[in-house]
Design a protein around this ligand. Structure first.
Ligand code: ASP
Ligand code: MG
Length: 414
């Protein structure tokens, strides 16, 4: 008898038929002798619809109220699934994050889980019920409803799996698993059989949308066995797991891209201690997350500092730099929205030389100019002009031989 946490995303619960199909999957797993905790997203499009409503009232809605609003989508789907299961004579009970309780900090719209009270869930499981939990939401120490950031239901599922020491966490979505890159750009992208937590973490934070980044952090930290698979077929999915020897043989496992960053440059700052600290201290105090950073010192001993921030924070970052310009004696501040970041990811990079240069060569061959470079042990990222994103992804996918030449096998629908 195993304890399994299953999570179903928005397209898997998009309407009553889809929720009924989720119920059939839950029942099948139960009939195999498993205890089940099921975490659901809102119906696809629902969270966006709610956000749009709020923005009609105020472009920057009050964040506490925003969470009261956008957590409602998940309340609908968990109740409906529990009803369908009950109708089929399978005992099931739905719970909101605040009922479980999934306790978070008070950072509305991007809260972090701090603790999970599991008594209620374990009691229900003992009674033989399927426990259905609303994803994406929690409650802070003062009883306020919070949400975990877009895509946060994955994190609810993995955190529950960790707290309950589940044997497996299955993330059901509308694709077959984790691919070498976005199949919309490279139709021959290959589904990976398995990927390491670290690679998945890089892929997720670099823009691959299949898993919420925080969920992968949790999975890694608590060694939660994780599988990403489709709720539309019976494919085996992709296992996300600890690193093993085979994984090191593959130099590059995937190509990720992100078109949601922008770059900003402050030109002609003095080349002396304390300047970077002043700039990035102020940026950090404003809660802006910085990704790539480069600094060049010219012959005249003045420096240019360029960095990237989420596009939604570009205006704020530019204003901050403009504000610092006088104090620092900088020449000018330049903002550029038209960038994209393409990255190659693979644990094999740790033990192979020349990977970055191969990436640069492939981009150069297509005349794609590299604006910025950043690296970690298992990734190399380049900022390029945004209009070249798809070309760059295709060229890199080809260069590192990631494509599958065999046609995709389509699985029969459930
Ligand atoms: N419904 C939320 C969203 O759309 C959370 C999730 O689906 O994971 O972002
Ligand atoms: Mg998602």
């Amino acid at each position: 008898m195993a304890l399994i946490v299953q999570k179903y995303g928005g397209t898997s619960v998009a309407n009553l038929d889809r929720i009924a199909s989720v119920a059939r999957r839950v029942i099948a797993s139960r009939e195999n002798g498993n205890d089940l905790v099921v975490v659901l997203s809102a119906m696809s499009g629902e969270t966006d619809r709610l956000i749009d409503l709020a923005k009609k009232i105020n472009p920057a809605p009050h964040e506490r109220e925003m969470d009261v609003l956008i957590s409602t989508g998940e309340q609908v789907t968990v109740a409906l699934l529990a009803m369908i299961l009950n109708n089929l004579s399978v005992p099931a009970r739905s719970f909101l994050g605040s009922q479980v309780k999934i306790i978070t900090d008070s950072a509305f719209t991007r809260a972090r889980i701090t603790e999970i009270e599991k008594q209620q869930i374990t009691d229900e499981l003992k009674r033989g019920s399927v426990v259905v939990v609303a994803g994406f939401q929690g409650v802070d120490g003062d009883g306020n409803i919070t949400t975990l950031g877009r895509g946060g239901s994955d994190t609810t599922a993995v955190a529950l799996a960790a707290a309950l020491s589940a044997d497996l966490c299955e993330i059901y979505t509308d694709v077959e698993g984790v691919y070498t890159t976005d199949p919309n750009i490279c139709p021959n992208a290959r589904k990976l059989e398995k990927i390491s937590y670290d690679e998945m973490l890089e892929m997720a934070s670099l823009g691959a949308k299949v898993l919420h980044t925080r969920s992968v952090e949790f999975a890694k930290k608590f060694s939660v066995p994780l599988v990403v698979k489709s709720s539309f077929t019976n494919g085996s999915g992709t296992i996300v797991t600890g690193e093993d020897k085979d994984m090191e043989q593959v130099v590059v496992s995937g190509i990720a891209y992100n078109v949601n960053e922008a770059k900003v440059t402050i030109r002609g700052v003095p080349d002396k201690p304390g300047i970077a600290s002043r700039i990035f201290g102020t940026i950090a105090d404003a809660g802006i997350i910085v990704d790539m950073i480069i600094q060049n010192v010219g012959a005249d001993n003045s420096a240019d500092i360029t960095f990237t921030v989420p596009r939604s924070d570009l205006k704020k970052a530019t204003e901050i730099l403009d504000g610092l310009r006088g104090e620092l004696g900088a020449a000018e501040v330049i903002a550029d929205e038209n960038i994209a970041k393409v990255s190659i990811v693979g644990v094999g990079m740790r033990s192979h030389a020349g990977v970055a240069s191969e990436m640069f060569r492939a981009l150069a061959k297509e005349g794609i100019n590299i604006l910025m470079i950043s690296t970690s042990e298992i990734k190399v990222s380049c900022a390029i002009e945004r209009k070249y994103t798809e070309l760059a992804v295709r060229v890199l996918h080809e260069q590192f031989d990631l494509g599958d030449d065999a046609p995709l096998v389509t699985q029969e629908e459930l």
